[in-house]
Design a protein around this ligand. Structure first.
Ligand code: HEC
Length: 184
């Protein structure tokens, strides 16, 4: 009797999980897996200092994204104006759980070089570095609004609290010679 009730309960749990997976993973994206690391030439590239909280730069990114600045560059034609993909397979930037696994370097690398064997082509020949950073600034808005990648902490934090330019942190300050503790 007790056993039977347990079986029913277990079945309910399994069914519930199945529905949950269908509901959440049903989008074409599949499981959330981290992206590959950025190759060496991109690994140290980061958002220009001060841009994460710069609304004007982000607005320029928006105009680029929707093809207003240049009709030949229309990210929204696949990724959707509101971030909801309109072409099958295009990355859904609204998925913050996935996108937070992308550092700004990886994100910039993908915009620059594209993703081999997909419709996502390389944009570095059409867009300046600055334009590609502006696009990232806008795209992060769909799933990571108000956040910025902190290169020191290696995570997304509130845009306003992103550590100062990585350049400033580059030359490690020589440790001040600490006076030897007195006594023993
Ligand atoms: C012709 C359709 C198309 C256009 C236009 C397009 N993309 Fe994509 N994009 C895709 C597809 C498809 C993927 C998914 C590739 C994959 O499977 O990783 C993708 C993926 C991405 C990714 C994530 C790559 C990854 O590793 O997950 C970024 C970032 C991106 N696009 C940015 C842009 C930007 C910025 C533009 C405009 C300059 C743009 N895309 C224009 C189709 C497009």
């Amino acid at each position: 009797m007790v056993m039977k009730q347990m079986k029913v309960a277990q079945l309910a749990v399994v069914l519930g999980m199945g529905l949950f997976i269908v509901a959440c993973g049903g989008e074409a994206e599949g499981p959330v897996v981290p992206p590959p690391p950025a190759p060496a030439e991109y690994a140290d590239k980061h958002m220009p200092a001060g841009w994460w909280a710069d609304a004007a730069k982000m607005e320029e990114g928006r105009k680029l994204f929707i093809g207003e600045t240049n009709p030949d560059v229309n990210c929204a034609s696949c990724h959707g104006k509101d971030g909801k993909p309109v072409k099958a397979g295009a990355r859904d930037f609204r998925n913050g759980e996935r996108m937070k696994l992308y550092s700004d370097s990886v994100w910039f690398w993908r915009i620059s070089e594209g993703v081999p064997n997909t419709k996502m082509k390389a944009w570095k020949s059409k867009l300046s570095d600055e334009d590609r950073w502006k696009l990232l600034l806008y795209e992060r808005n769909f799933g990571l609004a108000g956040k910025g990648w902190d290169a020191d902490k290696k995570s997304w934090v509130d845009a306003a609290s992103v550590s100062a330019a990585p350049a400033a942190a580059a030359p490690a300050a020589a440790p001040a010679a600490a006076p030897a503790p007195a006594g023993n």
